[in-house]
Write a protein that binds this ligand. Structure first.
Ligand code: FPP
Length: 257
């Protein structure tokens, strides 16, 4: 007799296959640069904040699509260290949006096995944000289906400086500093590197995002602006990933001669 869980897994696999996705080759970790909120709003004659507010719906759709695909870790670049240089009203609105989203969404996410965590200099966020983040993380109990990692007040250069300071503080000798040591001192120490990085809005840059961890990631760039990004666009990125040949610097498998 099939259990309800096995039944729902089978149904999910059927949906993925029908969408042209191989459920056995889904990336374990997907990272996303959510870009284009400002332009989306401008095209509608609205303030940039309008685009950010609509971007929350895309966050929801992306988390759901990632969970449906069986992705285990999803990192969203929500606020960079450089974003502090935006006008105060935009920064304040983004922080409010974050708090509201955490208040509104995290209980439901937790009930679906989505566990929240962060990377970045969280101590620089307003207290209300920090408190909601702590609350959301403490509230989570149960089985984890997806880790939702919000990069907040994050940049890769900031992270690397922190890692180097950490290694120096621990008095590491030169010969102890290996790529695997650096992995351990980064914010993502317990996470696998992303295999796929998606950037929306047609920009082809990585903007100080996970520079170390993306060393071998496949990049998927789409011209879709973030507030328009939905499940079908996420699926498209997964199909694109599955069509790539990942060689990690080695030669392709050639037929024996
Ligand atoms: C980049 O678009 C987007 C951001 C800096 C903020 C992303 C925030 C959200 C999607 C909303 C809240 C997030 C969560 C996790 C609840 P941009 O403003 O740089 O757009 P532009 O390039 O068109 O100006």
């Amino acid at each position: 007799m099939t259990t309800p869980q096995a039944h729902s897994d089978e149904a999910r696999e059927r949906v993925l296959r029908a969408a042209g996705i191989d459920p056995n080759r889904v990336p374990e970790h997907v990272a996303v640069i959510m870009d284009g909120n400002g332009r989306w709003a401008k095209r509608r004659g609205e303030a940039r904040v309008f685009g950010h507010a609509h971007g929350v719906e895309s966050v929801r759709a992306t988390v759901e699509a990632a969970r449906e695909c069986g992705v285990r870790h999803l990192t969203l670049y929500a606020f960079s260290t450089e974003n502090w240089n935006r006008p105060k009203e935009e920064v304040d609105a983004l922080m409010d949006l974050l708090v509201q989203s955490l208040v509104r969404e995290t209980r439901e996410l937790a009930s679906k096995g989505v566990r929240l965590r962060t990377i970045g200099d969280v101590s620089s966020l307003p207290k209300a944000c920090q408190n909601e983040l702590i609350r959301a993380q403490e509230d989570f109990t149960g089985e984890v289906h997806l880790d939702l990692i919000l990069a907040l007040s994050y940049s890769a250069k900031w992270e690397m400086v922190e890692a180097i300071r950490g290694m120096m503080q621990d008095g590491l000798r030169q010969d102890e500093i290996l790529p695997s040591t650096i992995d351990k001192y980064l914010q993502t120490a317990d996470l696998p590197d992303p295999e796929l990085m998606i950037r929306t809005s047609g920009e082809h840059r990585i903007s100080n995002f996970m520079l170390w961890q993306l060393a071998y990631a496949e990049f998927h760039f789409t011209s879709v602006l973030w507030p328009d990004f939905r499940r079908e666009h996420f699926f498209e990125a997964i199909r694109d990933f599955q069509n790539r040949e990942r060689r990690f610097g080695a030669v392709p498998n050639l037929p024996q001669t």
